[in-house]
Design a binder for this molecule. Structure first.
Ligand SMILES: Nc1ncnc2c1ncn2[C@@H]1O[C@H](COP(=O)(O)OP(=O)(O)O)[C@@H](O)[C@H]1O
Ligand SMILES: Cc1ncsc1CCOP(=O)(O)O
Ligand SMILES: [Mg+2]
Length: 269
């Protein structure tokens, strides 16, 4: 599943809400539950448990080994690979190129989550090198996007970067911008508590990876993953007493999500 950017000469356009819809997001959810895709996540030490549980709540099956002599086998037999740079220790640094090579060899889509690239020039260099290996999706918050691309974190820059890099770009925050450089979808679901717990973005990228594993259109898969997480997040936020009670309520909401709820709650343009 490659995103090769817009066909030459084709005008940019914004995807209309009838191109992305609750039906599409629900179709992805059904496929997750039916196909139970395997997502191999090289993720950070902070995010591992929550990410694995979010994948399971969405219907996917996580694996997380980072051992150099196993990671290629796990990746080859997975349906998507997630590369998250949050705790870039020696073992993960060694595992990442092996996993990406295996993914590309086996035509397994892979996603990059460049956690905290703004904090260390070394990490920024690693992330830029990984981007040159063309992940199917880059999912990043605004600070990371600005550091990685040296552009303002806005819709226009996300589109330009997606077009130039050939990745689907998901620039998240209170509103998520998802673009392949030609089509752009903005998703306004979510809840402020999502920014008050750790590993929310890491887990969201993992759910996006699961969606990419079960669909041919990486843009719609990415938008669907973020819509499902955003809707579950706002349902959990409405019930939660604070960040302590929020994560289990989010897992419950994602697990129970259904078509009428998605149809009633999806806010996108
Ligand atoms: N203020 C907010 N309101 C609603 N949703 C939010 C808010 N902040 C983050 N989110 C959601 O939380 C998830 C993680 O996004 P973000 O906070 O940008 O990533 P990260 O955790 O990597 O910094 C996304 O699904 C995003 O939509
Ligand atoms: C706190 C922390 N430190 C290293 S990785 C990490 C988690 C980052 O999670 P997210 O990017 O999803 O907020
Ligand atoms: Mg993050």
């Amino acid at each position: 599943m490659r995103n090769d950017g817009p066909p030459p000469g084709q005008a940019d356009r914004t995807t209309r809400s009838d191109d992305f819809s609750a039906r599409i997001a629900h179709d992805f959810l059904v496929r997750l539950r039916e196909r139970q895709p395997r997502v191999h996540a090289i993720t950070n030490a902070v995010a591992k448990n929550f990410t694995a549980n979010m994948l399971l709540a969405a219907g996917a099956v996580p694996s997380m080994t980072i051992v150099a002599d196993e990671v290629a086998d796990f990746t080859r037999h997975a349906d998507a690979l997630l590369v998250n740079l949050g705790t870039l220790d020696t073992e993960r640094r060694a595992a990442i190129p092996l996993a990406i090579a295996a993914a590309q060899d086996a035509a397994v889509p892979w996603l990059l989550d460049p956690v905290f690239v703004e904090r260390s020039p070394r990490r920024l260099a690693v992330a830029q090198q990984l981007l040159s290996r063309k992940p199917n999706v880059l999912r990043t918050n605004a600070t990371e996007f600005a550091a990685l691309t040296r552009r303002p974190a806005d819709r226009k820059s996300a589109m330009a970067f997606a077009r130039e890099s050939g990745c689907v770009v998901a620039l998240t925050g209170a509103t998520d911008i998802v673009t392949d450089g030609r089509r752009t979808i903005a998703i306004a679901n979510g809840h402020g508590l999502m920014a008050r717990i750790t590993a929310m973005g890491c887990a969201a990228t993992a759910v996006v990876a699961a969606c990419v594993a079960v669909g041919d259109d990486a843009l719609l898969a990415t938008a669907s993953g973020l819509a499902l997480v955003g809707i579950a997040g706002e349902m959990a936020g409405e019930k939660a007493g604070g960040p302590g009670t929020f994560p289990p309520l989010l897992l419950d909401a994602l697990h129970a999500l259904d078509e009428p709820t998605i149809a009633a709650r999806l806010r996108c343009e």
